[in-house]
Design a protein around this ligand. Structure first.
Ligand code: NSP
Length: 224
């Protein structure tokens, strides 16, 4: 069994909770309150600015030119394709690019991005890939699951989001990250695998918290 298969099997309960979060299911049904989606889009844009930096760190930690090139490509795709989707949605909601970039991150956005960047900067390349993988992998799975719901991919607001994350290009990104983690861990000790499992579990939990934060539009509990 590869390490990614082990992770997928072991973390099924929390993985399913993630996919069944009301934010996700209501997007699939087309019943999600657009205000919640708007909140999500802004926070996700801030999230992606930080997430993209992980690919830059990955390129600097890569031990061969091919891996370095793939990380550079992922940085480009995130900034210029995935974030372009957010910029388009922002236009629909009447939000300028400047407003998007200058928005305040929620506590969950801060905690999730800071954790990933901490792991990416201070850990090994395997640590970095374990941290970023739930992001790519879970959105790919969610995109695919929502795309088979009749009419979901054609929904006037959520269809574009579903088409992006169920696309072949996004699938290839996720698969490359999965394959890289398997390659990097092929000879790892059990202690090393357990450390990576904890990192993967933490960012999987943060994925759930991100949906929940968006669904409840949660910012700091105090005003100032
Ligand atoms: C929070 C989150 N997780 C994952 C993805 C997919 N890159 C995303 N855009 N945002």
């Amino acid at each position: 069994m590869t390490f990614s298969e082990r992770l997928h099997e072991k973390l099924q309960p929390i993985w399913r909770e993630n996919h069944q979060h009301p934010f996700v299911t209501e997007m699939g049904e087309g019943t999600l309150d657009p205000e919640k989606f708007r909140f999500f889009m802004v926070q996700d844009y801030l999230y992606l600015i930080e997430y993209a930096k992980l690919f830059a760190i990955g390129a600097s930690k890569a031990t061969n030119v091919e891996t370095m090139g793939r990380f550079a490509k992922l940085l480009d795709v995130t900034m210029n394709e995935e974030m372009a989707l957010h910029r388009e949605y922002a236009k629909k909601f009447g939000i300028t690019e400047q407003e998007l970039e200058e928005a305040s991150p929620s506590p969950t956005t801060l905690a999730y991005t800071h954790y990933m960047l901490h792991v990416g900067q201070n850990g090994s390349l395997s640590d970095l890939v374990a941290a970023l993988l739930p992001c790519a992998w879970s959105y790919w799975e969610i995109g695919r699951e929502l795309a088979v719901i009749p009419g979901a991919a054609d929904h006037p607001l959520y269809g574009e989001w579903i088409r992006m994350y169920s696309s072949e290009e996004f699938a290839q990104t996720a698969q490359w990250c999965i394959d890289l983690l398997d390659e990097l861990t092929a000879d790892s000790s059990e202690a090393e695998l357990q450390k990576l499992e904890t990192i993967f579990l933490n960012t999987t939990r943060f994925e759930y918290m991100f949906w929940d934060m968006a669904y409840h539009q949660t910012m700091w509990p105090m005003k100032a």
